[in-house]
Each structure stands twice: as structure tokens, then as C-alpha cells.
Design a protein around this ligand. Structure first.
Ligand code: GLV
Ligand code: MN
Ligand code: MN
Length: 419
């Protein structure tokens, strides 16, 4: 039977939702959710999810960079791996579902396989990624890039806001920093990677649909840009003799907003962090650091906007007679979801009477890193009001039940195709 019984679908999806709430309590922040890479909350979260995986009939392990795994072991001696997951880390003051729900739906799917005694010809591997958001260190997709064999040894020297290096944090967490390559997946062992995730945008709600099949994930680049001027006395330095790095950054930020607004295909650019130094009311800021996050559905659009942004910063520093420095912290090209998996998910939606549309993802996901080593597919759940990266991020209970039913149908179809 390709369809999951409604009572089971409701029971298991309700448990996934209640567990999202349990994980939201494992937080570094008072009154909000924050779980960063290699924090003690990361460790506690992995342990809790590991217990739930064990309860679902899985064997569990944590890999060399801190991703949490569970496996329903196949009896097939030549079994390959179907991996399903998402991330367990969060942005500051996060919602309870971004990433987390995808992991917990995969755990419920595994629990159903155990409960219904389904024999799979492949290992069903569930992964909870350790860092998708890049909240702690100036890089992102750390867990999934390690699986794709793309963990950069340079990252070990990156430091967090407290000056703790990734290497030190890994050691304190109980990991061996130089062992990152043992997390890399072997492409010949893989069937595919699937990820269920909240849409984090308004499209599905606008067409009154619970679910959507993702076609592609937008490319993204992130950089830290520094303006280097000159500090000076706020009372004695005449305006025309100043080299104010913060005023330059402010002009640049407004120009980035304008350039992105004028872009042709909905490209977006965001400055989400800024730090002026030395940071005193009566001192002209001599150095200002700011982040830049820029995204587009394809490389030419991203490059065109970027080129305009580069011209703008060059003009601003020339007019103001300042220096600037530009360091890339993340560069990911747009990634297509596998055609066959899109069709598999679409047919699973149709089998469950869901008229789910195809849509691209504007947000980044672990799937984009995993695409380097196997075919990927993503299923989106409607995000009420399109809200995400905010405490009021939410999901509709019935949508979660539908998502679990669709994942179940897709799994049975995959099983039948793999026999
Ligand atoms: C991940 O949430 C992203 O920044 O797209
Ligand atoms: Mn996110
Ligand atoms: Mn996410």
C-alpha cells in the first residue's frame, strides 16, 4: 500500500510537531531559540534526537563534524543509502520549525517503517545537520559540506564573536578537528538525498496549497566587507577632514538596497550585521565591518547584481578617500533538484490528493551542498504569512500530516522502484 493510514499519519505527525516544541527549549538564549554549532545546546539536541531515533528502531551515531545520524538497517547485503534530513541548528531568535521539522518528519517516517515492519532494499538514513545557518562562524552549510567532501581545513581557524576558533570548539565538543574528511559520503553508496522543509516564503499560501515540490535552490554568496577610514575626535575634527568608515558603509548599504530593488528577476541582497570600531559616541568610526548576503535564481543574475554592487563600493570609497576590503565567506551556485525525484514527489502528492505546485527555493538548504554527491529532492510545507527566521514562524498541523503522508508514499514508491 502506497498510502499511509490517516490515523497513523495524524498520530506520527503530531508527535513530530510536539518534538519541535521540545527542541525549542534547548536554547542558548533567554526567551528565544538559538542553537549554534558546537554549543552545549547542539550536543544536548543531538542526544535528544538520538534517543528519538533509537526509539524509532534506528542505530545511531554522530559523525566527525557533529551531524546526528540514525539508520534503519536494510537486510539487503548490497543496500545503498537513501538519506533524508535537514538541520538542527538555528539563527538567533529563531522559529521552531526551520530545519528541525524536516529532521523530525524523517524520524517519524523511520518510526513508521519500524511500526509497519516494512522491509527496505536500502538503508534509510536520517541526518540532523549540525550547521546550516552559519550563525556562529563566518561560514555556512558546515555539516552538509563535510558530507560532500567540501569541508575546508581553513575553517578550523575561523573564530566566533568570543574569539573561540572552530578547532578549539570542536575539541571542547569532543570531536577530533582534523578528522572532518571521515564524514564525507561515498557517491557510489548513495541513492538520493531528500529534504522536507518549511517554504519560508508566501508562495504556497498564496495559491492555497499545503505542499510544493522544489525545482531548484537559489544561488547565494556571502561576504564580510570592511571600510577602513580614520578614527578621530568627534568634537575637533571638521567634517571635511574626516574619513568616517560608518558613513561610507551607510551610503553603501542604501545603494545595495536600491540596486537589488531595481534588479530584473527578483534578486535580493541583505546587510544583516554591522560593527563600527572603536564604537564610541564621541569617536569617528575608523573601521566598519558589514555582512552582505546576495541571492538569485541563476548565476548570470547574481553576477550582474554583484557587479553593480562592486562598482558602487568602489565609487563610494574613491569619493570618500577610504580603503575597503572584501572577504568571501560563502559562495554557492544555484542548484537544480533532480527531475526524477521532482516527478516522484509530485506523483506522491497526487496520490495523496494534493495538487502541489512546483516552485523554486529562495532560501539556502543543506540539499544544495549534498547535490555535489547525489541526486537531491525537496518538499516544501506552506509557511503561514511566509514568515521564517522569526519567533512567529509557524506551520499548519494538517499540512504536517500531509507532508508525512507524501513522504511515506514517496518512500514506498522508491522501495518498489529499487526492488
Ligand atoms: C538559510 O536559512 C538561508 O540563509 O537561506
Ligand atoms: Mn534558516
Ligand atoms: Mn533551513
Amino acid at each position: 500500500m502506497e498510502l499511509l493510514n490517516n490515523t497513523l499519519a495524524a498520530k506520527y505527525s503530531e508527535r513530530a510537531l510536539s518534538r519541535c516544541k521540545i527542541l525549542s527549549e534547548i536554547s542558548e538564549m533567554e526567551g528565544g531559540i538559538l542553537r549554534q554549532y558546537l554549543s552545549k545546546e547542539h550536543k544536548a539536541c543531538n542526544l535528544t534526537v538520538s534517543d528519538w531515533m533509537t526509539e524509532a528502531g534506528m542505530t545511531t551515531w554522530q559523525d566527525s563534524v557533529g551531524n546526528q545520524w540514525g539508520r534503519i538497517v536494510s537486510a539487503n547485503p548490497n543496500a545503498k543509502r537513501l538519506i533524508i534530513g535537514s538541520h538542527l541548528d538555528t539563527v538567533p531568535n529563531a522559529g521552531a520549525y526551520d530545519g528541525i521539522l524536516g529532521v523530525l518528519l524523517a524520524v517519524e517516517l523511520a518510526a513508521l517503517v519500524t511500526e509497519l515492519q516494512i522491509e527496505l532494499p536500502f538503508h534509510l538514513d536520517v541526518v540532523g545537520f549540525c550547521d546550516e545557518e552559519g550563525t556562529r562562524f563566518a561560514t555556512t552549510l558546515i555539516g552538509s559540506k563535510a558530507l560532500a567532501g567540501e569541508f575546508s581545513p581553513d575553517w578550523l581557524a575561523l573564530t566566533d564573536v568570543n574569539g573561540v576558533s572552530m578547532e578549539q570548539a570542536m575539541t571542547e565538543f569532543g570531536l577530533t578537528p582534523n578528522d572532518y574528511s571521515s564524514s564525507a559520503l561515498k557517491p557510489e553508496e548513495l541513492i538520493a538525498y531528500w529534504e522536507a522543509h518549511i517554504e519560508q516564503g508566501p508562495v504556497l499560501e498564496s495559491v492555497d496549497q499545503a505542499l510544493g515540490v522544489v525545482t531548484a535552490i537559489a544561488g547565494a554568496k556571502r561576504a564580510i566587507i570592511s571600510f577602513i577610514g580614520h578614527s578621530g575626535h568627534a568634537g575637533t575634527t571638521p567634517m571635511h577632514l574626516r574619513k568616517d568608515s560608518l558613513a561610507a558603509a551607510a551610503e553603501f548599504i542604501v545603494s545595495i538596497e536600491q540596486l537589488a530593488k531595481n534588479s530584473k528577476n527578483g534578486e535580493v541582497a541583505t546587510v544583516g550585521q554591522i560593527e563600527a570600531k572603536p564604537g564610541a559616541t564621541n569617536v569617528i568610526p575608523g573601521k566598519t565591518l558589514m555582512s552582505l548576503d546576495i541571492r538569485a535564481q541563476n548565476a548570470p543574475d547574481l553576477d550582474a547584481l554583484l557587479s553593480d554592487i562592486r562598482s558602487s563600493v568602489e565609487k563610494i570609497v574613491e569619493e570618500r578617500n577610504l580603503a575597503f576590503d572584501w572577504q568571501w565567506t560563502h559562495q554557492a551556485g544555484a542548484v537544480d533538484c533532480d527531475e526524477e525525484i521532482q516527478q516522484l514527489f509530485k506523483s506522491a502528492c497526487v496520490a495523496n490528493s494534493e495538487d502541489s505546485p512546483f516552485l523554486p527555493s529562495g532560501a539556502g538548504h543543506d540539499a544544495m551542498a549534498i547535490a555535489k554527491v547525489c541526486p537531491i529532492g525537496m518538499l516544501f510545507l506552506r509557511s503561514p504569512k511566509g514568515i521564517s527566521h522569526h519567533p512567529s514562524e509557524s506551520v499548519i498541523d494538517g499540512d504536517v500530516t500531509k507532508a508525512l503522508s507524501v513522504l511515506y508514499t514517496a518512500l514506498i514508491k522508491q522501495k518498489n522502484a529499487s526492488l
